[in-house]
Design a protein around this ligand. Sequence first.
Ligand code: SF4
Length: 466
Amino acid sequence: MLAAMPPTPAIPPHRDESLVRDRGDACVRDRGDACPGALRLHSAADGHLARLRLPAGLLTARQALALADAADRLGDGHLSLTSRGNAELRGLGDDCAEPLADLLRAAGLLPSDRHERVRNIVASPLAGLDGQGADGGAAVQEWARELDRLLCASDAAPALSGRFLFALDDGRGDVASLGADVTLIAESGGTALLRVGDDDRALRVPGGDAPRSALAAAEAFLTVAREAGTGSWRVRELPPGYAAPAVRALLRTRLPEPYTQPYAQVPAPAPPRPGLITSPRGTTSLSVLAPLGRLTTAQLRRLAAVAAPSGGTSRTESRGGSAELRMTPWRGVVLPGLPPETAGPGLRELATAGLVTDPASPWYGLGACTGRPGCAKSLSDVRADAAATLPGNGAGLPVHWSGCARRCGHPHGAWVDVVATGDAYEVSVRGTRHGAPATTTVPLTDPADRLADAVASARAATRTTP
Ligand code: SF4
């Protein structure tokens, strides 16, 4: 039997309260976005929440230790990873805003107060680590640092919404299909494709100009959005006549001789599999996942310890690592470039700490929103219910449990949707081109293994559909 629930009304359809429709079918926003940030905290049912942008998911080992200290001192002792490779601290008290900001500034995690919510940059987490991607993928991490520097120096960028997203793909296609507003895709030979929203044409630019061109695309979006007068937060919200091709056309006039070409479809999102990843250069990287996307501070400190460089840090022993952690958009962490002799033992340490290090783990592919008790909108404790179905959790499509119809943080591509309705869970498949099977409704009064069976058969049915 699943967690007992008090009676709840039927689920209301999700309503975005900033959205009004008074210009035909166009989405019109009547206010700025309310996305939380590191300085603009959100009040949740379990206390205040801070969302910290981590361009390309990057943290140094020292910054990871600082965040662990912040979560222990000010929050609930956890770090939540988001579907953009960002991090959230939850359970913050009423007086936490100032000490948190001081701590983040001291750790170098707040380079610009004005820009802190617009540094939304995802990048291929394995770029430069496994020999894949265009020219080995090494350029993408440099692009991320340069784009972040340019964003933080831009007077226009603070007008972007906290939801506007840049994706920097090393050519393997893993983050190019995450639905970003501006996507850069590395090409062999030192060029890059720049795509605006879901435009069917892209601009080819020199790789060295790629970060500057991405910022120019965002600024062109702001110009077009102002002209449209709809308050759009994202490219896909622009009304007809002002959509992605209009942004591309304006951008083309602002870049030196970009070449326009049709944009070919990219593969589906492809998260790094947990385990060891070897590089042609002889180093080994570690890929792990946080169960249901949440790290304890003990796990975060263990990750920092395993990533420690030769000589260690003031709080860790030497491991010969790169002192870098890369948070992935799939709620995982990649530790780049360890020597082979410390990589294997490091992975075993992380498994002992409770992280997912093997695709055979029942936690692999399993995600959930915050749910009860952290989110007041939730109709169920989805994390507890997801954990209750673990023994029957098989392989297949990713599964995402949601406490209400907003489905916060759900995956891209095809996935199994498990959503609470108050007195039941509805299980269905979304995002598959083969068509979704019918929704299965499992009342909460049914035994837990009935829900586990429904989830497993949704994954299996999709696997076997041609
Ligand atoms: S999907 Fe989950 S986290 Fe998002 S509003 Fe609903 S219950 Fe809350």
